[in-house]
Design a protein around this ligand. Structure first.
Ligand SMILES: [Zn+2]
Length: 373
């Protein structure tokens, strides 16, 4: 009898200790991380927090990212008063409304016909001169009107739906304009054949030239954005929200399909906000995927996270439920992996759907406060 009681007591001790340990590992706060200069929230002014008479510095937040269309003088002034940096997000190649009046800007598929928007993600032909002017004018206006600390390119990739576990990335754009510009700029002569024939050739034996030319077209947009910043607000940062894959993930889709040449863009853009939305992108139980992708990016671009480096990595990490949900127990771990070197800043995706989940907001604040130097 005594032996049995002893055994029960012993197993109770084991159970309690294990439970405490696992609770500790969940609640263990991140240590101070002085290399992290930006602790941001993406998706607008967190008015729900300010209305509770809380200030952003006491919550550990020092930067707000918001859509350039949502900027107002009042909002910028309010955030500056809170001591926060204000960064604008800028839609480059995903203004679908433009096609209503300019159908000739729709991307053309391998069959020579307008390529339907994959899962509703409508892209635009990257060589349409009217569309490019329209975006450059808007970029200039945002920088002129608002005292922002930086502007981040968004959707700067080809017509594709990649923000999901299984991406849908049709090959485009085989419009007459793109085909002509390709021949002119790469000194290639294509036969007089319909686009449905030429696309086979371009994705076959000429694929390397075709892929690099498309990447160069997208990079040239970045060159122009940089020149506008230098002219309008040279102290503002130029960042980009970009696909979190490595150069080999999905058979090299980063360049082959999405036309994102990170090394080439690094000539003009200095802050890389990789988007490792672990839950959304099929890694719901593996927040460490975030730091693995960030680490790859650092090696790829030669960024270590040292003070004084011109290029920086500030990942945007997923706390709100999108596709897959993010449990409250994961918040600390997501921010832990999001703030490991070479990252020197981090921001949370995204306020609009996160703020009603107050438990997660509290966990985010706790993590930000604990890693704040
Ligand atoms: Zn085109």
């Amino acid at each position: 009898m005594a032996k049995q009681t002893m055994r029960i007591i012993l197993s109770l001790i084991v159970i309690t200790t294990t439970a405490q340990l696992s609770l500790q590992s969940v609640n263990a706060q991140i240590e101070k991380r002085p290399h992290i200069k930006i602790r941001g929230v993406y998706g607008g002014v967190p008015t729900q927090l300010l209305e509770q008479n809380k200030t952003l510095p006491e919550l550990g937040i020092n930067a707000i990212f918001m859509g350039s269309g949502g900027l107002t003088q009042e909002r910028v002034a309010l955030l500056k008063k809170q001591g926060a940096k204000v960064f604008a997000e800028f839609n480059t190649l995903h203004v679908a409304n433009y096609l209503k009046e300019h159908p000739d800007a729709a991307p053309i598929g391998v069959d020579g016909k307008v390529c339907p928007a994959p899962q509703g993600w409508q892209g635009i032909c990257p060589t349409h001169p009217g569309y490019r002017n329209y975006r450059m004018d808007e970029f200039r206006r945002v920088l002129k009107e608002f005292e922002i600390d930086g502007i981040w390119l968004d959707y700067h990739h080809s017509h594709a739906s990649w923000e999901r576990a299984v991406p849908d990335m049709p090959d485009t754009c085989f419009c007459e304009r793109c085909l002509k510009q390709f021949q002119r700029e790469t000194k290639t002569n294509l036969p007089d054949a319909p686009a449905s024939e030429l696309s086979k050739q371009l994705l076959g034996k000429q694929k390397e030239t075709w892929v690099q030319w498309r990447c160069d077209v997208f990079t040239d947009w970045v060159r122009e954005f940089r020149s506008i910043i230098d002219e309008m607000r040279p102290q503002a940062l130029l960042g980009t929200f970009h696909c979190p894959w490595t150069d080999t993930d999905f058979n090299g889709a980063l360049k082959n399909k999405l036309a994102i040449d990170l090394k080439a863009q690094a000539k003009y853009v200095y802050i890389f906000s990789i988007m490792p939305y672990h839950a959304r992108f099929n890694h719901p139980h593996d927040p460490a995927w975030i730091s693995r992708q960030t680490s790859w990016l650092g090696k790829h671009l030669g960024i270590k996270g040292n003070p004084g480096e011109q290029h920086k990595i500030w990942p945007i990490v997923q706390l709100s439920d999108w596709g897959e949900s993010v449990p409250v127990e994961q918040v600390n771990s997501v921010l832990d992996h999001g703030t490991r070197l070479p990252a020197t800043g981090v921001m949370v995706f995204r306020w609009g759907s996160l703020h009603p989940q107050t438990e997660k907001v509290d966990a985010m604040i706790k993590s930000y406060q604990s890693l704040k130097p």
